[in-house]
Design a protein around this ligand. Structure first.
Ligand SMILES: [Zn+2]
Length: 495
């Protein structure tokens, strides 16, 4: 077995060298994995692995047997400590070909794989991502791999012409964000502004959206200021779906969104670490920094996006309007549900005030858990946005980390976890957005009597709101959604 692995590693090396710029980060590049010593012509069923595409990640493949392959996550660029995100394609499959893929070099040991999480899969003929059946996924400590934790999954290919793609969670790339923001811009909404706040080390855009009613409509009005950021950790793709859900709701014609725009200025940075997202990293930037540990002193050349966002926030905090909320969106690899982290304060009154928003969110979002929400001051989190800004901003403002599970939530009254989909992540975003109305009604900043919201607009209506076509790719009728699901039914990879 050892000998086979070594021979196979040479194949991987050749593949990597041939790949041009993308191969520099060490992803496999159209790598055909043949049995060791095989010299004949390539055959159908000699799997071809590839991760040389945006947000791709697969560093090495070892042939174990005709049915089994060891797969190695390519560590974050310039930081070998982080190995969690994977995203790769497999083609040249034989119909009914059965395989077991072992992902053997995770850097974390605790994982939601223990609780039923499974990788996501799609294929050319079934382009909607879905989770593999839980029963085909095993997570265990492996004696063959220095007692590392290994995640193995069994899969049966079913269509010879399809390219299959497997990933840790639903990818949300930099390019996807750019297309989404372009489509928003084309709508010429007078309450939406997009600007380039800065550039990443690799010259990608750091976008900033401002959503609020135009000032000329009511120049005297005092507004509140809310800042939201996402994807400081590039592998945490659910954060982008949440962020898009927030934006979709805030730019919509929904009466709650209109009222919010009249009273609040929303500043949103949807992707704080565009290079890391592009490169398929899990935690770090191009240069190997965990940007969420550098808030205290970000450098303009080593952490340019963080530097730009921090400058913006410092400037906003000095604005007479006053920054009231800062929320940084993340995804969590071991917890269920959506939940929040906040800061610890001495004064009981401030502690209570800080708990108001999460409590209201809990009423609006069935997947959000107040009991998982916690307030802490660990030393390890000292460089995070929440902790740093909690110290910078005055005592009338609130800083939270919003976390969502990579896997699932427990709905009220149910005992089995409900796996998140792209749509339910976005729905959590919409629920976060509308909770600001409840919050500002709760503290009487928005006067109930002056509200233009008809009584019949209740929460259920808000929940279904994002399903109506709104021209940005999020809206689908439920009929076509059902159709899409039918089309996807057979990609379970049943072994
Ligand atoms: Zn994170």
């Amino acid at each position: 077995m050892e000998r086979k692995m070594e021979e196979n590693m040479r194949d991987v090396d050749v593949g990597s060298e041939a790949g041009g710029e993308d191969a520099l980060v060490g992803n496999v590049n159209k790598l055909m994995v043949t049995p060791p010593g095989y010299t004949g012509v390539p055959r159908k069923g000699h799997l071809v692995f590839d991760a040389c595409f945006e947000s791709g990640n697969l560093g090495r493949v070892d042939y174990i047997s005709e049915f089994e392959f060891d797969l190695f996550i390519r560590p974050d660029t310039c930081n070998p400590r982080f190995r969690v995100w994977f995203n790769f394609t497999v083609e040249n499959v034989r119909e009914t070909q059965r395989v077991i893929f072992n992902i053997v070099n995770f850097s974390k040991t605790k994982s939601l794989y223990r609780d039923g999480m499974s990788p996501v899969v799609k294929s050319t003929s079934r382009p909607k991502w879905q989770r593999l059946p839980t029963k085909n996924v095993y997570y265990y400590r492996c004696p063959d791999h220095r007692r590392n934790y290994v995640m193995s999954f069994a899969f049966c290919f079913d269509r010879e012409d399809d390219v299959y793609q497997f990933a840790y969670c639903y990818p949300y790339t930099y390019t996807r964000l750019q297309h989404y923001l372009d489509s928003l811009e084309r709508r010429n909404l007078d309450y939406l502004q997009r600007e380039q706040l800065g550039l990443s080390v690799q010259q990608r855009r750091l976008d900033l959206l401002t959503i609020t009613s135009p000032a000329q409509q009511n120049p005297e009005k005092v507004k509140k200021l809310v800042v939201l950021t996402a994807r400081v950790h590039p592998g945490e793709s659910p954060a982008s779906f949440i962020c898009q859900g927030v934006i979709d709701f805030l730019v919509s014609q929904h009466p709650v969104a209109q009222t919010l725009r009249d009273h609040v200025i929303f500043k949103i940075v949807p992707m704080l670490n565009p290079d890391g997202v592009y490169l398929g990293n899990y935690r770090c930037s191009l240069m190997g920094f965990d940007l969420n540990r550098h808030w205290q002193e970000p450098s303009p050349w080593a952490h340019p996006t963080l530097h730009a966002v921090k400058q913006l926030i410092v400037q906003l905090s000095q604005d007479p309007v006053g920054l009231e909320f800062y929320i940084d969106v993340h995804a969590h690899s071991t917890m269920m549900n959506g939940f929040m982290y906040g800061n610890v304060f001495e004064e009981e009154e401030r502690v209570q005030r800080q708990a108001v928003f999460p409590r209201l969110l809990c009423q609006n979002a069935p997947d959000f858990s107040f009991s998982n929400t916690s307030f802490n001051r660990d030393v390890v989190k000292a460089g995070t946005g929440r902790r740093f800004l909690g110290g910078l901003l005055d005592d009338t403002s609130y800083c939270y980390t919003l976390e969502v599970s990579f896997y699932s939530y427990m709905a009220a009254g149910s005992t089995s976890p409900v796996p998140y989909t792209e749509d339910t992540y976005m729905k959590l975003g919409r629920n976060v957005a509308r909770t600001f109305l409840d919050y500002y009604r709760h503290n009487n900043f928005i006067d109930d009597n002056k509200l233009q919201i008809p009584n019949h607009i209740n929460s259920m209506e808000v929940l279904s709101q994002g399903r109506q076509g709104n021209g940005n790719g999020n809206g689908r009728t439920s009929g076509s959604e059902r159709g899409a699901e039918r089309k996807n039914q057979s990609i379970t990879g049943e072994y």
